[in-house]
Write a protein that binds this ligand. Structure first.
Ligand code: ADP
Ligand code: MG
Length: 559
């Protein structure tokens, strides 16, 4: 049987493209600039093998110009251009990508940075324009052609005049309607912001005429507008630069420029990974807690770039919740993007990167703890609570990643210490890691329950944060040492004799203890004699899993 060809209703297809692929209209500029960058890249790659062709970097750029009166936005590039056939094939056929074909034909050469692959990005122009005109002259040709379309109704191609090789794309920006606003795409400032946001690291200059003011000569307090051509993008991403050439200040500037935070970052990590997945990343540990950090509004995530083009502003999958304070970016050539280039197709590579990054953050924090204790304490003050929540959540699944990062106030050192430090100092006869809970260090120090442990000369950890004890209960043991609240019934300290003595005392004064228990009613479970007290007449203690402090926390939680 003869095979039938699928037919696409191109009008409907284009309509779908325009209205359902992208979530944000501003993306059109990213797509058009990416195409121009690809077109310049193609000349660059040609020049690598064609000795008649030289590539002078200064000759290659992208220019964005606006004319408010005619509502036009123009993008010109000095790239490879398109022949009549190419205009027809690449712009006339939806989902046909000349750039993908170029990459495939030239497979042998590495270092390809070409961005295009799906053959749909160009049509995003119709999200904001009701007419798109493309005037192009291909490399090696002395003719130019004009492609023009108002969207669904098809397109025309006719000869045109163009002096230099390259492409010019002219968008007639739509009029504002009640629901949809388009005027912003004629605003210099807005365009500049969009270019910075998505295309800052395109490797060729993106130029724009920017209106500025200057004083009028000879006249006081009078200013006139003038235009000046400016390059908008930074071009060389800091993460592609050699680490040895970069100073702390460069990283700090990047942090401010990217508005990751207003503080001075405590630490940066620059990763250039060349293993199973190739990527570059710059991560920052902030110094201060963002104002909304411990609220639902805070959104974790790193910026995600594919070949220097921003794909996602906050990729949450790159960070575990317990490291949600980390700021920064990841750039990779190895990501499988979906057609809108706003999302990832499947996340095998992303998972690998995330795992890698998690380990790097952990090792960075550990070395901060070891070598820069003051900075680690600053960090811990800002984000320690998050680490403790992390240890507690998911039934302790992350404890291996987190337990060494935790710190608590030590009764002996009178400062924060890690569990490793505590355990390393434990005398041989000490069975447990002791801790005491309370509102503040001062309060805990007055607790009668701490007396016996202190008397034995053992170190105690003071828990002053609600979450502390929950975190520790989830960790259960550290280096085989169990944790023990100083107010628990069995401290592993009392000798058999003192236990016997207490029991004898209990029996002798049976009536007294019963009377006390009777008066206290159901406020207590039992009243017992104890040999654990020294200077205090009485203390509260608990039996079983929940300690007094935990009961308090649980009772104060809504539901
Ligand atoms: P993609 O970039 O994913 O290939 P597009 O729809 O953005 O898809 O572009 C389709 C094709 O049109 C490109 O692959 C390229 O061959 C061609 N093209 C688009 N813009 C330009 C340009 N400025 N210069 C040269 N060729 C271009
Ligand atoms: Mg494209």
């Amino acid at each position: 049987m003869a095979k039938m060809q699928f037919k696409a209703e191109s009008k409907r297809l284009l309509d779908m493209m325009i209205h359902s692929i992208y979530t944000q209209k501003e993306i059109f500029l990213r797509e058009l600039i990416s195409n121009s960058s690809d077109a310049i890249d193609k000349i660059y790659y040609r020049a690598l093998t064609d000795e008649n062709l030289t590539f002078n970097k200064e000759d290659y750029y992208i220019k964005v110009s606006v004319d408010k009166d005619s509502r036009t936005l123009k993008l010109s590039d000095t790239g490879i251009g398109m022949t009549r056939e190419e205009l027809e094939n690449n712009l006339g056929v939806i989902a046909k990508s000349g750039s993908l074909a170029f990459k495939n034909e030239n497979e042998a050469k590495d270092g390809f940075n070409i961005i295009g692959q799906f053959g749909v990005g160009f049509y995003s122009a119709f999200m904001v324009a009701d007419k798109v005109t493309v005037i192009s002259r291909a490399l090696g040709s002395d003719e130019a052609f004009k492609w023009e379309s108002e969207g669904a109704d098809g397109y025309t191609i006719e000869p045109a005049g163009k002096d230099a090789v390259g492409t010019e794309i002219i968008l007639k920006i739509k009029e504002n309607t009640e629901d949809e606003k388009y005027d912003e795409f004629l605003e210099e400032y807005r365009l500049r912001t969009i270019i910075k946001k998505y295309s800052d690291f395109i490797r060729y200059p993106i130029k724009m005429d920017v209106t500025r003011q200057r004083p009028v000569e000879g006249k006081e307090n009078e200013y006139e507008d003038y235009t000046e051509e400016q390059t908008i993008n930074s071009m060389v991403p800091i993460w592609r630069r050699n680490k040895n050439e970069l100073t702390d200040e460069d990283y700090q500037n990047f942090y401010f420029e990217k508005r990751y935070g207003f503080d001075k970052p405590l630490k940066h990590v620059h990763i250039s990974a060349d293993g199973a997945v190739v990527y570059n990343a710059i991560l920052f540990i902030p110094e201060n807690t963002p104002f909304d950090y411990y609220t639902k509004e805070y959104e974790k995530g790193l910026e995600l770039y594919s070949n220097g083009v921003l794909i996602m502003e906050k990729c949450g999958d790159l960070l575990p919740d317990y490291f949600s304070f980390v700021k920064g970016m990841v750039d990779s050539e190895d990501l499988s993007l979906n057609i809108s280039r706003e999302l990832l197709q499947h996340d095998r590579q992303l998972k690998l990167i995330a795992k890698n990054i998690k380990n790097r953050i952990k090792s960075t924090l550990l070395s901060l703890q070891k070598d820069e204790r003051d900075n680690y304490e600053k960090f811990y003050k800002a984000f320690g609570r998050q680490l403790k929540f992390g240890a507690y959540s998911d039934f302790g699944a992350n404890k291996d990643d987190l337990q060494d990062l935790l710190m608590f106030h030590s009764s002996k050192e009178n400062r924060l210490v890690s569990l490793a430090e505590y355990v390393s100092r434990m005398p041989e006869d000490q069975k447990y890691i002791y801790y005491a809970t309370g509102e503040s260090v001062e309060r805990i120090e007055k607790l009668p329950q701490t007396e016996l442990v202190a008397d034995k000369g053992y170190e105690m950890l003071y828990f002053t944060d609600d979450i502390d004890e929950f975190a520790i209960k989830t960790i259960v043991k550290y280096k085989d040492k169990e944790f023990r609240n100083v107010s628990s019934g069995d401290l592993g300290i009392e000798s058999d004799e003192s236990a016997k003595a207490a029991e004898a005392e209990q029996n002798e004064n049976k009536d007294l203890f019963e009377a006390m228990a009777g008066i206290l009613g159901d406020k207590v479970k039992a009243v017992k004699a104890s040999k654990r007290l020294k200077s205090h007449p009485v203390c509260l203690s608990s039996e079983g899993e929940l300690t007094i402090e935990m009961e308090k926390v649980l009772r104060s939680m809504p539901n």
